[in-house]
Write a protein that binds this ligand. Structure first.
Ligand code: AMP
Ligand code: MG
Length: 478
C-alpha cells in the first residue's frame, strides 16, 4: 500500500469525549528520517519504498494527514510510585489512527490537554531507546508495543541542556492502561467505565464477549497475561524501571520504555531508575509490584463486577507467575519440563551468579554451549571464584545427563539470546547519533531483530558489560 492509499479508522473515538482530547500534532522543525522498521511496515501492509519518502517523514511528524485520521490523546490516571494521580493522560503522545487492529501513535508530537507542566516533546536519546528496545523485546518474543519509524529534527528541546526533538511512531494493538480504568472509576463515571471495559473486551479479548460476568473474566485475562509478562521479563533479565499503573498495559504488553535496563551482572535488587530511591521498581520486586498494580485495577473494575470474584482470581497470581517463570527458565536451561528440584536449582543459579558478579546473558549463552564436565573452563572464567560454580555445575550435570545433547543445545540457543541491548550499548549509539552518525542505531536494530543469531561482525556487543558501565541507574527522562 502507498501512503496516499492509507485509510485510517479511529475506534477509540466511539467512546465518550471524556475519554480523549481531540488534538492535532505540532510538527517539529526540519524533520529527517533516522530509521524505519520495514517489518512493522509489512504488518501494516505499507510498501517498503514508501518508508524512504518525504511523505513518510511528514506522516511521522504529524504533517501528513492520512485519510480518516482524527488525531487525539487519551485520558488516564495512575498510581505513580504508590501515590494516586487522578489525571495524567497522553501528555506527549498523539494517536493518528488505526490500521486493521494496530493503533498508530506519535510520541513527542506536541502538547495535549494532558501535558500538565510538560512541553509535549521527546528527546532524541529517549526516542532511540524506545525505538530500539521495543524491537529488542519483539525479537525476544516478549509482548510489546512496536515502532514504525523514528525521526530527528532541528527542533531544540530543553531538558538539563538543550537537546534534539524527535518522534517515534509507536504501533500497538492496545494503548489502554490500568490507569485508564482508574480514571473513570475515581471520577465516579461508571457508564464510561463500562463502555471502556466493553471496548477493551472487543479490542483485546473478543473470546470473552457475551460470556456471563465478562468483567470478572476481563480481570482474569489481564491477571494471567500480566503474570506471564512478568515471568518473561524476569527470565530475560529485564528491569522496566517505572511500573506505575499508567505504564501497565491492559493487553499484557511491555509499554512506555523509560529508564529500563537489561541486567549486566545478575543482581536481584538491581534498580535502573535513578529517582527510585527506595528501589520500589527493582528487578526482583517486579512480579509483586505487578500484583499490587492488579489490585488497583481490581478496585477500578469493582463497580462492574463483584470484588470477591476478582480477589479469588488474584489469589492464584503467585502460582501462575511461578509456573510461567519455571516454564521459561526450564527452556533456557535446556530441560524438557520442570521436575522436582528444578526450582531450587534455578534459585541457586541466580544466587551463584549474584555472588560471583557474573553477566547473566553471557552466562546463559555460554551454558547453551556447555556439554560436559571437561568443558567448564570458559564458564568458570565468567566468575571470580570457581568453587561455587563448580558445585552448581555438578548439579546441572546430573540434571542433564539423560537429555539429548543436540536437542538441548538447540533449545538453549534459541532461548538464550546472544545479544541484549544493554544500556552502555544504547548510550554509544545515542552519543554517535547526537553527532549525526546513525550507523550504530542501525547495527543495534539488526541485532535486536534477531538476538539469537550469531553476527561475527557484532561480537563486541556479546561480551560482558565493561566494568565501569555495569548496573548503572538512569534518569526518568531516559
Ligand atoms: P512517563 O513517566 O513517561 O510514563 O510519563 C508520565 C506522564 O507524564 C504521562 O502522562 C506522560 O504523557 C507525561 N509526560 C512525560 N513527559 C512529558 C512531556 N515532555 N510533556 C508532556 N507530558 C509528559
Ligand atoms: Mg507513561
Amino acid at each position: 500500500m502507498k501512503l496516499n492509499e492509507l485509510k485510517l479508522t479511529n475506534p477509540y473515538l466511539t467512546l465518550s469525549p471524556e475519554c480523549y482530547d481531540k488534538v492535532a500534532p505540532t510538527p517539529l522543525h526540519n524533520p529527517y528520517l533516522i530509521h524505519a522498521n520495514e517489518d512493522v511496515a509489512k504488518i501494516l501492509e505499507i510498501d517498503t519504498e514508501e518508508l524512504y519518502t518525504d511523505d513518510f517523514v511528514k506522516l511521522l511528524n504529524g504533517e501528513y494527514k492520512a485519510e480518516g485520521s482524527e488525531p487525539f490523546a487519551m485520558c488516564y490516571a495512575g498510581h505513580q510510585f504508590g501515590h494516586f494521580v487522578p489525571r495524567l493522560g497522553d501528555g506527549r503522545a498523539i494517536n493518528i489512527g488505526t490500521i486493521e487492529k494496530y493503533h498508530l501513535q506519535l510520541k513527542g508530537a506536541g502538547m495535549t490537554e494532558y501535558s500538565r507542566s510538560g512541553d509535549g516533546r521527546a528527546v532524541l536519546r529517549s526516542s532511540i531507546r524506545e525505538y530500539l528496545m521495543s524491537e529488542a523485546m519483539h525479537g525476544l518474543k516478549i509482548p510489546t508495543t512496536m515502532c514504525l519509524g523514528l525521526i530527528g529534527s532541528e527542533h531544540d528541546v530543553r531538558r538539563e541542556s538543550v537537546e534534539t526533538g524527535a518522534i517515534v511512531c509507536r504501533v500497538s494493538s492496545s494503548w489502554v492502561r490500568f490507569g485508564t480504568f482508574e480514571y473513570y472509576a475515581s471520577q465516579g463515571m461508571f457508564e464510561e467505565l463500562k463502555a471502556l471495559a466493553d471496548y477493551v473486551i472487543e479490542e483485546s479479548f473478543p473470546h470473552i464477549k457475551g460470556k456471563p460476568d465478562p468483567y470478572a473474566l476481563l480481570f482474569n485475562e489481564v491477571m494471567v497475561l500480566t503474570s506471564r509478562l512478568m515471568a518473561q521479563w524476569m527470565s530475560v533479565g529485564f528491569n522496566h524501571g517505572v511500573m506505575n499503573t499508567d505504564n501497565m498495559s491492559i493487553a499484557g504488553l511491555t509499554i512506555d520504555y523509560g529508564p529500563y535496563a537489561f541486567l549486566d551482572d545478575f543482581r536481584h535488587d538491581n534498580v535502573c531508575n535513578h529517582t527510585d530511591v527506595d528501589g520500589r521498581y527493582s528487578y526482583t520486586n517486579q512480579p509483586q509490584v505487578a500484583k499490587w498494580n492488579l489490585q488497583r485495577l481490581m478496585q477500578a473494575l469493582s463497580p462492574l463486577t463483584t470484588i470477591e470474584k476478582m480477589e479469588k482470581n488474584l489469589l492464584i497470581y503467585d502460582k501462575i507467575y511461578i509456573r510461567y517463570l519455571h516454564y521459561y527458565m526450564c527452556k533456557k536451561l535446556g530441560f524438557e519440563g520442570t521436575v522436582e528440584g528444578d526450582p531450587e536449582l534455578i534459585d541457586d543459579m541466580y544466587d551463584m551468579l549474584e555472588t560471583l558478579h557474573v553477566d547473566y546473558t553471557l552466562f546463559m549463552r555460554m551454558l547453551s554451549h556447555y556439554e560436559h564436565k571437561g568443558e567448564r573452563k570458559v564458564l568458570l572464567a565468567t566468575g571470580l571464584y570457581h568453587e561455587p560454580m563448580n558445585a552448581w555445575l555438578d548439579r546441572y550435570d546430573e540434571r542433564i545427563q539423560y537429555i539429548d545433547k543436540t536437542v538441548r543445545k538447540k533449545q538453549m540457543l534459541s532461548n538464550n539470546p546472544k545479544y541484549v541491548l544493554k544500556n552502555y550499548m544504547l548510550q554509544e549509539a545515542i552519543d554517535a547519533a547526537e553527532s549525526g552518525d546513525f550507523s550504530l542505531v542501525s547495527d543495534l536494530f539488526k541485532i535486536a531483530q534477531n538476538p539469537f543469531e550469531e553476527y561475527p561482525e557484532f561480537q563486541r556487543w556479546a561480551e560482558a558489560t565493561p566494568k565501569a558501565f555495569r548496573n548503572q541507574r538512569l534518569s526518568c527522562s531516559s
